[in-house]
Design a protein around this ligand. Structure first.
Ligand code: SF4
Length: 392
């Protein structure tokens, strides 16, 4: 049964096609190869569709030696050309501020390069690794934590050594969880991706595979039945996707996410908190509720990493706490992501929560609920030292 929301609802699913591509053949439009071939990668192409500000024009011209610009036609259609502050536009159109040097910013804010036993393999936590298998994405996010290597135009190159990485994984029996990322692993052809998955699947101590991908959002046409049939051979396999704004969840995106779920692939979402994109409770509430309607669990809300040229996109940490506070108790627990800071320099993810514990001692914990009402919960140790009759 298909259910639909009132079309005026901010949570309604819409298709924005054909949008700027009026008259385009529908079969072409629905093909991921057509979408990739027709990406917007130059100032001239972008200006055919969108009127740019001076800051954006300069940003586009300078992006070619830092992080390339690429926007799929599908994603460009989500931009409101009349709104200079459009939350979709802010994510993919470069701005001059990206070239500014801010003292707190770093090339590698999560300290990945210093935790690579083999080029392309990050081993930062005891039982899991991050395997960077490509440096290409369907479109490039202006706040990308790996902008030092993705898109292939910066100073640094990703030089993943696949054989050495597989050997490391075979030898390290403590590793039970491998996250494939990059870049975007779903840009590999089905057969190329399957070779990597099949090789990992043969390693007996690897219990669990994950793929980090923004393809379901930037290029939903890539989530084909053939891809899903291939992926389902490698269960348990989870996907972490990356949506930041409710408008990104279109009918095409919903269809792709549902297809993954129908093939038994659990999908979680990671959002990045960004100024002017999703730094308010209503936007985030609409996003997380729409994600549940797509059968996706909101997993993490990240404080934006201290990547170079990101100050104009970063929101204060206090805003993230305020958003979580605005969700907890006000919507389904399933809809609430964990807010985290990836500790600068390589400390890993640190959960950040609103304070619900007012006081705690050996006798009791004093807590407040989402409405600010205060409650007490007795501590077990204090109860166990009392005679049963004393307990009321
Ligand atoms: S899709 Fe992921 S890896 Fe690619 S640019 Fe965006 S954040 Fe970076």
């Amino acid at each position: 049964m298909t259910r639909s929301l009132d079309s005026d609802s901010p949570k309604a699913f819409r298709s924005h096609a054909p949008g700027f591509w009026e008259g385009q053949d529908v079969t072409d439009w629905s093909s991921h190869t057509w979408q990739l071939k027709n990406r917007i990668t130059s100032l001239a192409q972008l200006e055919q569709h969108i009127e740019l500000s001076e800051e954006e024009r300069a940003g586009v011209l300078l992006s070619g030696n830092k992080l390339a610009m690429a926007i799929t036609p599908h994603y460009l259609n989500l931009i409101d050309p009349k709104d200079p502050g459009c939350p979709i536009r802010r994510q993919v159109i470069p701005r001059i501020e990206e070239t500014w040097d801010n003292e707190e910013e770093m090339d590698d804010p999560c300290g990945e390069d210093s935790h690579m036993p083999v080029p392309g393999l990050v081993h930062r936590y005891p039982d899991r690794v991050l395997f960077l298998i490509t440096d290409r994405c369907a479109a490039y996010c202006r706040y990308c934590t790996r902008s030092r290597v993705v898109s292939g135009v910066g100073d640094q190159e990703l030089e993943t050594q696949f054989e050495a990485a597989f050997k490391y994984l075979e030898k390290h029996t403590e590793i039970r969880d491998v996250l494939l990322s990059g870049g975007d692993p779903l840009l590999f052809s089905d057969s190329k991706l399957e070779k990597v998955l099949a090789r990992l699947y043969q390693i007996p101590h690897i219990e669990f595979l994950r793929i980090g991908t923004r393809v379901p959002i930037f290029l939903p046409q890539r989530i084909t039945p053939q891809l899903c049939q291939m992926l389902q051979k490698y269960h348990p396999l989870f996907i972490s996707t990356h949506a930041n704004h409710p408008r990104e969840l279109t009918t095409e995106v919903k269809q792709g996410l549902e297809r993954l779920a129908n093939h038994g692939i659990p999908v979680g979402n990671q959002s990045v908190l960004m100024r002017g994109v999703n730094d308010d409770v209503d936007t985030m509430k609409n996003l997380v509720q729409k994600l549940l309607m797509c059968r996706v669990k909101p997993y993490y809300l990240y404080q934006c990493d201290l990547i170079r040229g990101s100050r104009h996109l970063r929101a204060p940490v206090s805003k993230g706490i305020e958003i979580i506070e605005g969700l907890r108790g006000h919507t389904s627990g399933y809809a609430i992501p964990q807010f985290v800071i990836d500790a600068p320099g390589g400390g890993g993810k640190v959960p950040i929560n609103p304070e619900y514990v007012i006081r705690m001692d050996s006798e009791r914990v004093v807590i407040r609920n989402f409405e600010g009402r205060v409650f007490e919960y007795p501590e077990l140790a204090a109860l166990e030292t009392k005679e049963p009759a004393e307990i009321h």
